[in-house]
Ligand binder design. Structure first.
Ligand code: ATP
Ligand SMILES: Nc1ccn([C@H]2C[C@H](O)[C@@H](COP(=O)(O)O)O2)c(=O)n1
Ligand code: MG
Length: 250
């Protein structure tokens, strides 16, 4: 499933619209440039436009963040596609971003591949860095963050690094036997779609993801969806959640 509708070339161009350091003409890393990016992020998460003197193009909208949770094969990606179509969100799948890192032979690629094959969770700083990069490059302030946070460590890292919390958390609640059936029928060539890895992923989901779900339930942010039924039936439970927020998220 594509992570972004925009071609890479356009996304790169957008990054170049960001100001470079005042003291150099390149976009290479330097302390001033890093500070400038920090300012952009601060503004992005607070929604407070920077002043003219900051030398940064102002963005006026605070991000609207939805976390999409559920076990392996519960239908997160399928429902995200429908939410994008109906409500115009930018869909960021943590799993897709990690698989892209593997495919691009990045410095973390082999570690990510080993972790995914084992059904375990990739260290949070890697995943949060990938999400943050996509969010910084996005023109769209409405984000669906699919398959994240997978653990309390993921959740805390996001809150600390991004200085942001989700507005909405969706939980697709699906029985294990249904999830196993769906994953084994998925046929997308994923290295983790085999019975051994699925069993491990289900254990990791119970041990690490359920506490995150409980956390957001206690904070009144969780929307539990019954993930059994046709795709359209499930979407009819999702639709009113975003319809209610549509004004706020615009
Ligand atoms: N309501 C549904 N009924 C039957 N099959 C479904 C339903 N929703 C999705 N599927 C199918 O189940 C499989 C898993 O769905 P999907 O990839 O959306 O799950 P996921 O939660 O994103 O899984 P993962 O965490 O492994 O990425 C896909 O083949 C999808 O077409
Ligand atoms: N926050 C995340 C999300 C995903 N991963 C790894 C481990 C998952 O089993 C795999 C596939 O994710 P999915 O496409 O099923 O959402 O990616 C992770 O480590 N941390
Ligand atoms: Mg998925």
């Amino acid at each position: 499933m594509p992570v972004s509708k925009k071609p890479i070339a356009n996304r790169k161009r957008k990054r170049h619209m960001l100001p470079s350091c005042r003291s150099c003409s390149t976009h290479t890393r330097c302390l001033l440039h890093e500070a400038s990016k920090q300012q952009i992020w601060k503004m992005f998460t607070t929604g407070i436009p920077l002043q003219e003197k900051d030398g940064i193009f102002p963005r006026h909208k605070a991000p609207f963040i939805t976390f999409v949770l559920g076990g392996p094969g519960s239908g997160k990606g399928t429902q995200c596609a429908k939410i994008v179509e109906t409500f115009g969100f930018n869909h960021l799948s943590a799993g897709d971003l990690l698989r892209k890192e593997i495919a691009s032979n990045s410095e973390y690629g082999s570690m990510i591949l080993d972790t995914i094959k084992e059904g375990k969770i990739v260290p949070s700083e890697v995943t949060v860095k990938l999400l943050r990069r996509e969010m910084e490059l996005s023109d769209n302030h409405k984000f669906l963050i699919d398959g994240f946070p997978r653990s309390e460590e993921n959740r805390r890292a996001f809150e600390e690094i991004m200085e942001a919390e989700p507005d909405v958390v969706l939980f697709f609640d699906c029985p294990e036997e249904e999830m196993v059936k769906r994953v084994l029928n998925r046929n997308q060539g994923r290295v983790d779609d085999n019975i051994d890895t699925i069993k491990k992923r289900l254990k990791v989901f119970e041990a690490l993801n359920i506490p995150v779900i409980d956390h957001y339930a206690k904070r009144g942010k969780l929307h539990k969806i019954n993930a059994v039924g046709s795709e359209d039936e499930i979407f009819e439970q999702v639709r009113p959640i975003f319809a209610a927020y549509q004004h706020e998220a615009k």
